[in-house]
Design a protein around this ligand. Sequence first.
Ligand code: CO
Length: 469
Amino acid sequence: MRVQLTETVLRDANQSLMATRLPYADFEEILSTMDKAGYYSVECWGGATFDSCLRYLNEDPWERLRGIREHMPNTKLQMLLRGQNLLGYNHYHDDVVEKFVELSIKNGIDILRIFDALNDFRNIKTALEATKKYATANTVASGCISYTQSPVHTVAKYVEMCKELKAMGFDTICLKDMAGTMSPWEAENLIKGIKDAVGDMPLILHTHCTTGMAYQTVTKAVESGIDVIDTATSCFSNGTSQPATETMYYALSQYGIDTGLNEKVLNKVNDFFKPVKQKYIDDGTLNPKSMGTDAQALVYKVPGGMLSNMIANLTDMDAMDKFDEALAEIPAVRKDMGYPPLVTPLSQMVGNQAVTNVLMGERYKMISNEVKNYFKGQYGIAPAPVDKELESRILAEADMKAPVDCRIEDAKRTGEDFAKAKEALGELARSEEDVMSYICFPKQAQDYFEARKAKEERSCKYTMEAVEE
Ligand code: CO
């Protein structure tokens, strides 16, 4: 029996434990060693890494990817892509999505794990087609399901989703349990159901240790036939991150399960990251709170990050006495919105609306623009029917008879977005990758390009002076 492991230290562990603040320079040295570990893949790009590189680390995300590729020629490099949102928070036009996928593959990505917050698979179709169009021999298109619990999210529904992903042409399927609320029992039922229906498709489980259940869930998933699990090198594991790589390797080996991993290399990787982690604990980037276990999420079915956000907001507003009420309002808002999975950007939208409803003392007295846009159909189709009264009110306010189909706007391929961004950047843009960074994060990219230019002018001047000496 074979189960393979994806190492997440460079992306999700970095994102979950230390808000994606790990600079490339901190891990470059270990990449060639990681290349010998025998991982199924290394998740190293996408998610928040792109934004964080430009916004906080003064790094070119594309250069980071090319660096990792150069030092890891033998390992599959994996990214997380938010479908039609790419790595941002709005929908982009199809031609932009296609260009982004083309450049991701060109710069070194092998596995594109593609998801949509609502599991509206129309929103991942363009990214899939682009992946197929620009695929190399190593490219894998992984269709990803945002896992959540609700009265409409049954095993049967997830099995249907998997059949749909298979029919669309994905190579593998990933179950993404971002909140870490999938129990061992749920994992068993789900995986058995999925394997019965689409047994020939490799199945991947991505979960988080947030609630303390991940090791049991992953072990049950292995017993139920999972093909790949996501883990993080032990010093960057647990808490809001993934289960530990070496621990899972050890446990699986005793069962005689072949992981293809090299134990010595795994230990070297962890030895390397230990002082890196300590540095960020010491300077406060890595909050020890994120390394603990928080079972509250099991009661309220909300991701840990959403709870800590809510506590921070209510504390700011001196309204922590409303916490229990706001918490109870989350499932009610979620029901009104047709039970969306609580993942970016829906987790923020639902959380903020619940807090607003409670603080205003009247439900939906104030509605955020994002929630209005959701009801107007701009994010896609909700998993279940939304509250009709609320929908009519929002549509009437906007003089609309029915929600729009987001695909009508998204499908426009005018080439204008790219051309306009190129023109706006002028000589600051040196490549198609630069233009794409600007389309995704205009302000952050422009700041980065200007800083890059200024730095080069300084070093150029320095060289000139040195020559004249
Ligand atoms: Co995750």
